[in-house]
Design a protein around this ligand. Structure first.
Ligand code: SIN
Length: 484
């Protein structure tokens, strides 16, 4: 086969969500020539739709130590403390850097950042831009900077379908019929929660980057740890799965059962709230519980209110039917604290990566901060890689596997949803999508219940599995590794 036409860069970044855009900017600011590849338009990245904000210890009564303690508590004994420490220490400076780059975070009347409260946080700590439109505001601002930056070549509409390997190193990728050669590749391709039938994610979030990395030899981990957001709209056919941000509960919204009674602390960590809703729905034989936002100031959540009104619900007057939906994959491509994978020259950041920072249950709004903290670190570390290899005698590593079908997504929801057990998980081992099979293998390997992973056949938490992660290296059975 003839080699595709090739371009050279110092760094190739795949994905134009928050992590990819910021990594590209940080590398280009350091003088690198960057190629940024994005298969989907900006409005299809998960970051664009993010309603949460950036968690950062910025309030006078807060501290990185307190942010760390909340992250560890929510993560249920699986948080890799060294990665979480990096996040909490560096997040405040990231907010300042984004402000310097023109992002306008919401402020109070005196001009101080107005910080939101979300589940599992012991302090007001979440910086928003435009209320619940944070993802949109931040990605728009960064996209404009990327488009203007002379050091960044943007390849829009180009799908990365293979990585280039030369002597065990990743030296580039193939996208849109073009070979992009670089000293390093950063994958910032987002998560995989759209593999589940009920999801808050855009349809493209099916783990493409994770499979690409795995095909190139990188290990994946924690794939059984999928966070279910407690309050996704439950209205089949009309905006079903639309995320109603947790921040509305921070401003006083309450969860009510069919009798109109509260049944859970609305600001408990997400796994606890999602589980309580799942149990209440099963007990009542209903399809949803109610979110009562009638006392919440609608101007704080303009895009939530707009979408609800579009589907015929006026949250100022009506109760909102909500139920859990797959939202965020804590697992992904194993990286160190600089975003390095197990393949030299290949990096991963954002939701496709797994630093271990989120443990078994991500603390709300830590993920957007993660995109920036680790996006910057990976960009700078990647520039220290040796120059890319000559174009002959390299290998192309492409991910194989069928696209997820509605039946497969329904099976994943049924057998690897809020509650799992061995029989259902075994049925997924024949799923047509390779990542669904790896999720099932990983979930079978964790014989306990912890955070987002609840096994009805192993309902107790096993203290021996604290700090132990399920790692799947290519061609090998799942192995348990200890991370600190
Ligand atoms: C939310 O706003 O509830 C979602 C934000 C997040 O996933 O952290």
């Amino acid at each position: 086969m003839a080699s595709p036409p090739s371009h050279d860069a110092d760094l190739a970044v795949v994905g134009a969500g928050a992590a990819g855009l910021y990594a590209a900017l940080c590398a280009a600011d350091a003088g690198a020539r960057v190629a940024l590849v994005s298969a989907t338009p900006l409005a299809e990245s998960s970051s664009y739709w993010a309603q949460g904000g950036l968690a950062a210890a910025l309030a006078g009564d807060d501290s990185p130590d307190r942010h760390l303690a909340d992250t560890m508590r929510a993560g249920r004994g699986l948080v890799r403390q060294s990665a979480a420490r990096r996040l909490v220490d560096e997040a405040p400076a990231i907010v300042a850097d984004l402000q310097a780059r023109g992002v306008r975070f919401d402020a109070d009347r005196r001009g101080h950042l107005s910080l939101g409260l979300e589940g599992g946080h012991s302090a007001r700590r979440v910086a928003h831009a435009g209320g619940s439109a944070t993802g949109r505001r931040v990605t728009r601002a960064l996209s404009a900077l990327v488009a203007e930056h002379a050091g960044i070549a943007v390849h829009e509409g180009a799908h990365a379908d293979a990585l280039i390997r030369f002597e065990d190193r990743c030296t580039g990728l193939r996208a849109g019929g073009l070979a992009l050669r670089a000293r390093a590749v950063i994958l910032a391709t987002g998560g995989a929660a759209a593999l589940w039938a009920r999801t808050t994610n855009p349809a493209g979030a099916v783990g493409g980057g994770m499979l690409l990395a795995h095909a190139a030899g990188a290990a994946l981990a924690d794939l059984e740890l999928v966070q279910f957001h407690p309050t996704a709209l439950a209205l089949p056919g009309r905006g079903d799965g639309f995320l109603v941000t947790e921040a509305v509960r921070g401003e006083g919204a309450r969860l009510l059962d069919a009798a109109g009674e509260r049944f859970v602390d609305e600001l408990a960590p997400r796994d606890e709230v999602a589980r309580a809703i799942g149990q209440r729905i099963a007990h009542e034989g209903s399809s949803a519980v109610s979110l009562d936002m009638r006392e919440v100031e609608p101007a704080l959540f303009p895009n939530v209110v707009e979408v609800l009104r579009e589907v015929g619900i006026d949250p100022v007057r009506d109760l909102v039917p909500v139920a859990p939906a797959a939202h965020y994959v804590m697992g992904g491509i194993v990286t160190d604290r600089e975003g390095r994978t197990s393949v030299p020259g290949l990096y991963a950041v954002g939701e496709c990566a797994c630093t271990g920072l989120h443990g078994a249950n991500r603390l709300a709004s830590n993920s957007l901060s993660e995109c920036f903290v680790f996006g910057r670190r990976a960009a700078l570390a990647a520039l220290d890689e040796p120059p890319s290899a000559p174009s002959s005698s390299c290998e192309w590593r492409a991910a194989a596997g069928a696209a997820p079908t509605p039946a497969m997504r329904a099976a994943l929801w049924r057998h690897a949803g809020l509650e799992r057990e061995a029989r259902g998980l075994r049925a997924l081992l024949d799923a047509p999508h390779p990542l669904a099979r790896l999720v099932a293998l990983s979930a079978l390997a964790r014989e306990e219940s912890r955070g987002a992973h609840q096994r009805s056949d192993f309902p107790a938490t096993d203290p021996a599995l604290e700090h132990r992660h399920v790692v799947v290296a290519p061609g090998a059975p799942p192995a348990i590794a200890e991370w600190r």
